[in-house]
Design a protein around this ligand. Structure first.
Ligand SMILES: Nc1ncnc2c1ncn2[C@@H]1O[C@H](COP(=O)(O)OP(=O)(O)OP(=O)(O)O)[C@@H](O)[C@H]1O
Length: 240
């Protein structure tokens, strides 16, 4: 990401963010509500035009070569939106078609994505009738259907029960070896569970960028909640 800026009228949601993520890294994107996490992810994915700066995905500038950049990435948007009247398999088949697959390969991609995200039991169920956790898994399935080298996942475990959280984290870790993965989360335990690195942003600015262990050392208590509070509010927790 090179100098990403997003302004909405007088409000600066993202204020000159630059960073790199390499294959093999799972970067946790942390910050309070309204910090600019989703806006940054939308710009990385070419969903929202930056006011300034750009994102380069596997050598493709998302503004200059949007199709090549989008081919290299999978994106789970905030809230995992999908077409509610489609069935799980119908939606994933539609996505496979959009991604350019045809014939047997198209069917294989759908079956594989459903297996990875454990969607088989809701194959023919309309998405609007799925529980929140299953909807999120449909969102994940469409993001990884084309096995992209880059995954941008906006709160991938939001709304999942503890067992589903465990499964999704396991899946992210299993994919991490050869992909660059960015996840946003409010759940700090997720940083320990899956991230090799974490960034804390607030008011659109980068405040910390380190390994989970490095971040812990910022608070005397070594507790990530305390680190988050200290970095984003400047307040040191008294019982630290
Ligand atoms: N389309 C828009 N128009 C105006 N302001 C917007 C728009 N989208 C986002 N914002 C504002 O930009 C800021 C950053 O929002 P963003 O959704 O990126 O934060 P976030 O870190 O993802 O928050 P959360 O953790 O609550 O999801 C917020 O103040 C938000 O109100």
């Amino acid at each position: 990401m090179r100098g990403l800026v997003k302004r909405f009228g007088p409000k600066t949601a993202v204020d000159d963010l630059s960073f790199e993520v390499s294959a093999g890294e799972v970067l946790g994107f942390l910050g309070p509500n309204g910090a600019g996490k989703s806006t940054t992810m939308k710009m990385i994915c070419g969903f929202l035009a930056p006011t300034a700066g750009t994102a380069v995905i596997c050598g493709h500038d998302v503004l200059e070569e949007p199709i090549a950049a989008k081919r290299a990435l999978g994106y789970l948007p905030e809230g995992a939106p999908a077409y509610p009247d489609m069935t799980t398999v119908g939606f994933l088949d539609f996505i496979a078609g959009v991604r350019g697959y045809d014939g047997a390969e198209r069917r294989e991609r759908v079956v594989e994505a459903m297996a990875k995200t454990r969607l088989e039991e809701v194959t023919h169920q309309p998405i609007e009738t799925l529980s929140k956790g299953f909807k999120r898994r449909v969102g994940l399935a469409q993001a990884l259907l084309h096995d992209p080298p880059v995954l941008i996942l906006d709160e991938p475990t939001d709304g999942l029960d503890p067992n589903q959280k465990f499964e999704v984290r396991k899946l992210i870790k299993a994919m991490a070896a050869d992909k660059a993965i960015v996840i946003s989360t409010h759940i700090l335990e997720e940083v320990d569970a899956v991230c090799s690195r974490a960034m804390i942003i607030a008011r659109g600015r980068l405040l910390a960028d380190d390994t989970p262990e490095g971040l812990r050392s910022l608070a005397a208590s070594r507790n990530l909640d305390d680190v988050f509070r200290q970095v984003t509010t400047g307040e040191v927790t008294s019982n630290a």
